[in-house]
Design a protein around this ligand. Structure first.
Ligand code: SF4
Length: 239
């Protein structure tokens, strides 16, 4: 008998019964509308979904779908798949920021959705989670995100290296009060350096522990023309 596993190509997560799967449509930032929710509910009923679970990644997991129904489920639902498994950018958690929240200092929704569009599902050395919060309350849990943007009265503070899991790690502050454009460029560089110099299976925080936060920061601040040389040096440090 073949052992049942997650179905990576369908983003189908094997459940405890070892027979059925959870499917998780992508709802960027957890922001959706009533028509989409109705559609999800209708398709969930059609395929005999056993439970509906709101996830910590701001998605809705539909639990208990049979393997033979997985492909039809996705084609009927016609929504993007949430990347909930694999060594990819899993989620960009976005707080309501200045779009909805009275405490918001910065527009976390706009910048978060831009990051989601660009990075969700991108293959990297290990799973990567991004959090974007509109103020110091950090409702997107920046402290345990691989990359975090936090709104301040002057811009965004940027943190790296947080994660939860078996060996939890608090994120470290990399830059303060950056504009949205600067913050987006910095995230691009973080991803480029991580992708170029980390080993397979290494989360950003543990990669930074190996190469040193200051060396990592130097790389992020470097001019584009010097980057590949610096990435090569970081790779040599990462043993
Ligand atoms: S982090 Fe700040 S802006 Fe975002 S939801 Fe929390 S309190 Fe509101």
């Amino acid at each position: 008998m073949t052992e049942q596993k997650d179905l990576l190509q369908h983003q189908a997560i094997l459940q405890r019964d070892k027979e059925t799967y959870a499917l998780v449509p992508h709802l960027p930032g957890g922001i959706t509308d009533t028509n989409t929710l109705r559609k999800i509910a209708d398709i969930a009923d059609k395929y005999g979904c056993q439970a509906v679970k709101v996830t910590s990644a701001q998605r809705i997991a539909l639990v208990g779908i049979k393997e033979e129904d997985v492909e039809n489920f996705w084609s009927d639902l016609n929504l993007p798949k949430g990347h909930a498994i694999g060594k990819v950018v899993r989620s960009v958690k976005i707080c309501p920021g200045t779009t909805f929240c009275k405490r918001g200092r910065q527009d976390s929704v706009s910048i978060g959705l831009m990051l989601d569009k660009k990075y969700h599902g991108m293959e990297l050395p290990n799973k990567t989670k991004i959090g974007v919060s509109g103020c110091a309350n950090n409702c997107a849990e920046n402290a345990i995100k691989d990359i975090g943007l936090m709104g301040t009265p002057k811009g965004f503070n940027i943190t790296v290296g947080g994660c939860a899991g078996g060996r939890a790690r608090l994120a470290e502050l990399l830059f303060t009060d950056k504009t949205s454009e600067e913050a987006l460029t910095i995230v691009d560089k973080i991803i480029e350096v991580y992708k170029g110099a980390a080993k397979g299976g290494q989360r950003i925080g543990f990669f930074i522990e190996k190469v040193g936060l200051e060396n990592f920061k130097k790389c992020i601040e470097a001019a584009e023309k010097d980057l590949s040389k610096l990435i090569k040096e970081l790779k040599e440090h990462n043993v």
